[in-house]
Design a protein around this ligand. Structure first.
Ligand code: HEC
Length: 116
């Protein structure tokens, strides 16, 4: 019994993973914006496309424009900022600080213009 209590309290102390909505597959944020994204972004395709296309906020703006211009997404209006915040936070790109530290200058510099 004592062991059981210890194990469960250890598990509870760990930061819980972001819950996933089983139906849409979207990550559930606390503000509930995932429902807005579900309503506007999974009517034509599943959330898998969102998960597979992690990108920066700018990348998400370009994706939304493309959805509007080529695929028939109705303009998001006031919801656009919310959806963008949600996408950038949950389906953004994360660069680990350790990766930043390892960057160095490129070995080859671009060639200088040859005076022509
Ligand atoms: C009216 C239908 C429709 C809606 C609504 C829609 N999409 Fe799409 N989306 C598509 C289609 C169709 C494709 C596949 C295009 C292709 O394969 O060239 C696609 C593809 C994608 C892709 C794959 C990468 C790419 O650029 O093709 C992403 C990411 C994506 N959609 C994100 C979104 C997001 C985010 C939203 C909500 C803001 C959204 N979609 C709403 C129709 C839609």
């Amino acid at each position: 019994m004592a062991l059981f209590v210890t194990l469960t309290s250890l598990a509870a102390a760990q930061k819980p993973a972001t819950p996933v909505d089983p139906e849409s597959g979207l990550l559930k944020d606390e503000a509930g914006t995932w429902k807005v994204a579900r309503d506007r972004c999974t009517e034509c395709h599943s959330a898998t496309l969102l998960q597979q296309n992690r990108t920066s906020r700018d990348g998400w703006i370009r994706t939304i424009r493309r959805m509007e211009e080529d695929e028939g997404l109705q303009p998001l209006g006031d919801l656009e900022k919310q959806i963008l915040d949600y996408l950038a936070a949950n389906y953004g790109v994360q660069v680990r600080p350790s990766e930043l530290r390892r960057r160095r200058a490129p070995l080859r510099q671009p060639p200088l213009a040859d005076g022509g």
